[in-house]
Design a protein around this ligand. Structure first.
Ligand code: ZN
Length: 323
């Protein structure tokens, strides 16, 4: 048996997979539509198909794959390999994903939360290679997260550890996608950044160049907020600065509990570069205790959309090595 691993990143829209060696080199990778509307049977068949095809694409047989790691969205029981109730996979309820995949492909298989897998990918092969601990925030529609301490992913007792996007930062605050109020995700995700701008524009007295993206048939995004903030629009600057401050607040809270060596930011918003990173670093320095304020690094992820499958392969390798 060769020392090769397949990582699968299961998303509501696409399934991505890669074949990797122990040094995190991607030998082959591909992406196929999830066809989530078909329900779990269809999606599991497609996961098994992409595992086989990725091995083939890399020029190896399934028998040469030591283990498969699967990063899945939603709530789950990680040790049991069961996906409980993922919001973006219709018809899924308590699906024994790992047992079904390993029965179908005949290879050992392990489950991981998709955001944890992405964090492990950055830790193993990306922005966290040189450190022993990191906390990752992926800024998108929501805020995905993962916490790695002393070289281990934090799962917690109910496989709910590392949900950094749902720490409460405002009591009785904005409504979050999780149904609760005041979560970090409801303030600092890409979607929340756009939503806070849209709410400000509802006041007709507010003048802003963001108005050109506001109104019937328009879709104001966090990218518009960033671009207009760069151009000097006062409202856009205030909204974008708020996103940086909320993120720093989330990092400060985590710093008090985890004290990681590095925070890693990922997702589409990192295209803003230093325009986002500089104020996040500045606010964190103001908010955190003196030593972490000095020592903690805040950096951008480097693996992009591949972090999920790379990390899932890394999780599989770690499971096999038993460390
Ligand atoms: Zn929430």
């Amino acid at each position: 048996m060769a020392d090769l691993y397949v990582g699968v990143d299961l998303g509501g829209t696409n399934i991505k997979a890669g074949l990797l060696d122990p040094s995190a080199r991607v030998i082959a990778s591909q992406s196929i539509p999830t066809k989530a509307e078909g329900g779990p049977d269809v999606v599991i068949d497609r996961i098994c198909r992409i595992i086989c095809q990725t091995a083939e694409l890399g020029g190896v047989k399934l028998a040469d794959v030591a283990a498969v790691g699967v990063g899945s969205p939603g709530t789950m029981d990680i040790p049991a390999g069961v996906v409980l109730d993922p919001p973006n996979l219709p018809g899924w309820k308590d699906v024994p994903l790992i047992a079904r995949i390993s029965a179908q492909v005949g290879v050992r298989c392990v489950l991981e939360n998709d955001a944890n897998a992405a964090a492990w990918g950055e830790f193993w092969a990306g922005a966290g290679r040189e450190v022993d601990s990191l906390v990752m925030f992926t800024l998108g529609t929501g805020i995905g997260g993962g916490i790695i301490v002393d070289g281990r992913v934090l799962h917690g007792a109910s496989s709910c550890g590392g949900e950094v996007g749902h720490m409460q930062i405002v009591e009785d605050g904005r409504r979050c996608g999780c149904g609760r109020r005041g979560c970090l995700e409801a303030y600092a995700s890409a979607s929340a950044t756009a939503a806070r701008a849209i709410e400000a524009l509802a006041d007709r007295k507010v003048q802003s160049t963001l108005r050109q993206y506001y109104g019937a048939g328009q879709r104001l995004t966090s990218r518009h907020v960033y671009e207009q903030a760069v151009a000097g629009d006062a409202l856009a600057m205030r909204i974008f600065d708020g996103t940086a401050r909320y993120l720093a607040m989330g990092m400060m809270n985590l710093s008090m509990i985890v004290d990681p060596e590095r925070f890693v930011l990922a997702g589409g918003m990192i295209a803003a570069g230093d325009f986002l990173l500089d104020p996040v670093r500045r606010y964190f320095k103001q908010m955190a205790f003196e030593r972490p304020a000095e020592n903690t690094q805040i950096v951008y992820a480097t693996l992009g959309n591949n972090a999920g499958f790379i990390g899932a392969a890394g999780v599989a390798m770690k499971a096999v090595s038993g460390t």
